[in-house]
Design a protein around this ligand. Sequence first.
Ligand code: SF4
Length: 194
Amino acid sequence: MNELEKLQKQILKCRICKKTFGFEPNPIVFGNKNAKIMQLGQAPSKRANETNKFFDDQSGKRLKYEWYQITDEDFYNPNNFYILPMAHCFPGQDSNGHDKNPPKICYQKWGCQELELGNNKMYIVIGAKAAKQLFPHEKFEDLVFKDNTHNGKPVYVLPHPSPLNGRWLSKHPDFLKKRMPYIRKKVQEALNIK
Ligand code: SF4
């Protein structure tokens, strides 16, 4: 068992946030050490909490089929993607029905170790909260529109594909017009998809 697998085993047993959540945490992990892309995101959605599957919702449809333009077979291949959320458990929802923020402790305890243990060729970072972990001093908009690096590997930053994020997308039309086609090419190249 490699270091990343050992860590995943520990994460699956973690219940640190039980008191904060007020319900039993359900940690979800996905991917293996040799995954070509490490994808950083926020936290599992309510649906992911029920299905134990990341991005099996409206955000996922947009991300997989419109932005990456890849199949579920490619996305849910643990040799292709390592999915690293800022928190491995669904954190619950507020009174407006919005998902609560991912608890910071999860990334501090687990995520920052996972980040360094993969043999991935590149990172994709989804959303401003995840981007803040890697690039605390940079503006989110700037990160989205430029090529970044971490540990000498390329990092591409995306806005969150949630249907609730339409305002950001309409304020930044160049993301879908110019930037996403460029990032899509990088993703497909990394996965050897023609
Ligand atoms: S969110 Fe992270 S730290 Fe909290 S219980 Fe789940 S795995 Fe543990």
